[in-house]
Design a protein around this ligand. Structure first.
Ligand SMILES: Cc1cc2nc3c(=O)[nH]c(=O)nc-3n(C[C@H](O)[C@H](O)[C@H](O)COP(=O)(O)OP(=O)(O)OC[C@H]3O[C@@H](n4cnc5c(N)ncnc54)[C@H](O)[C@@H]3O)c2cc1C
Length: 231
C-alpha cells in the first residue's frame, strides 16, 4: 500500500512493511525527492539477489529517471535472470562522526534501499533510453561525444529495470550524539571529519594522436565535487 506525497501525485517512500524505519528512525526520510537526490549523487549501486539459494551482492553502475532504476551489463543480467526479488542499495559516505566515547562513533551518510522485481528491458526504445540515462549519469556529455552503440552492440547489452516504487532513504548529518552525556566532562575533542571527493584532471590515453583535445565537458568537470547531489 503506498500513499501519495501531497502535491506530487507520486507515491511516498517508506510505505511498506519492509521499508518502514524502526531503528535510527530520526535518520529516515519519506520524501521521494530525497531518494532522487541520493540517486543523483551516487554512482555505484549494490544489487542484492538470491541466486540458486546463494545471496549475491554485486556492485554496478546505474541510471534512472523519475520512475525507474536501470542497471546494465551481463553480470547484472545473469544475477537477475529469474530473480523474483532484488534489493539495490546506494551508499554515500560524507564523513566520520568522532564522539567522546567509541560507542557513539558513527558515519555521516546518505543511503537508499530500493526493493522490487527486476524486469529485462526488451523494447529497443526503452533500452536506448535506459542506456542513455546510465551513460549521462556517469559521464555527462559522453553520450553525444562518443560513438553511440551500434545495433549489434545494443543486442549484446542487457538492461534491467527496477521500479522506483518501494524504497527507503536514510541520511545522517551533524555532530556526535554524546555532547549531553557524562563523557562531555572528559575534555576530549569530538566532532566530524568530512570526507570530500572531487574529480581530477583528465589523463589522456597514451595512444592518442598528438593534439587531440580534451572535450570541454571533461575539462569543466575537473576539480568539481563528486558525490554531490547538486550536480
Ligand atoms: C555508511 C554507513 C554506515 C553505517 N554504520 C552503521 C553502524 O555501524 N551501526 C549501525 O547500527 N548502523 C549503521 N548504519 C545504519 C544502517 O544502515 C541501518 O540503518 C541501521 O543499522 C538500522 O537498520 P535496521 O535494519 O536494523 O533498522 P531499520 O532502519 O528500522 O530498518 C527498517 C528498514 O529501513 C530500511 N533501511 C535500513 N537501513 C537503511 C539505510 N541505511 N538506508 C536506507 N534504508 C534503510 C530498510 O528498508 C529496512 O528494511 C550505517 C549506514 C551507512 C550508510
Amino acid at each position: 500500500m503506498t500513499h501519495p506525497v501531497a502535491g506530487s501525485g507520486r507515491p511516498a517512500l517508506s510505505a511498506t512493511d519492509r521499508t518502514t524505519h524502526r531503528r535510527l528512525r530520526e535518520q529516515g526520510r519519506a520524501d521521494r525527492a530525497d531518494l532522487l537526490a541520493v540517486l543523483r549523487a551516487g554512482f555505484i549501486a549494490h544489487l542484492g539477489v538470491v541466486v540458486d539459494g546463494t545471496p549475491m551482492v554485486i556492485p554496478t553502475s546505474y541510471g534512472f529517471d523519475d520512475d525507474t532504476l536501470y542497471l546494465h551489463g551481463s553480470v547484472a543480467s545473469r544475477s537477475l535472470a529469474g530473480a523474483a526479488q532484488a534489493c539495490v542499495t546506494i551508499t554515500l559516505v560524507d564523513g566520520l562522526v568522532l564522539a567522546r566515547s567509541v560507542f557513539e562513533h558513527a558515519v555521516n551518510y546518505r543511503s537508499a534501499m530500493i526493493y522490487g522485481t527486476p524486469r529485462l528491458v526488451t523494447d529497443p526504445a526503452e533500452k536506448l533510453h535506459g542506456l542513455h540515462l546510465l551513460s549521462e549519469h556517469l559521464a555527462p556529455g559522453q553520450w553525444d561525444y562518443a560513438r553511440q552503440p551500434s545495433r549489434k552492440e545494443l543486442a549484446a547489452t542487457s538492461l534491467l529495470a527496477l521500479p522506483l516504487a518501494e524504497a527507503s532513504v536514510k541520511i545522517r548529518t551533524g555532530p556526535p550524539d554524546d555532547a549531553d552525556s557524562p563523557d562531555a566532562a572528559l575534555g576530549l575533542w569530538a566532532g566530524e571529519l568530512p570526507l570530500v571527493s572531487s574529480w581530477g584532471e583528465p589523463v589522456p590515453d597514451p595512444d592518442l594522436p598528438a593534439g587531440t583535445r580534451v572535450p570541454p565537458h571533461l575539462v569543466a568537470r575537473a576539480g568539481t565535487r563528486a558525490f554531490d547531489a547538486g550536480r
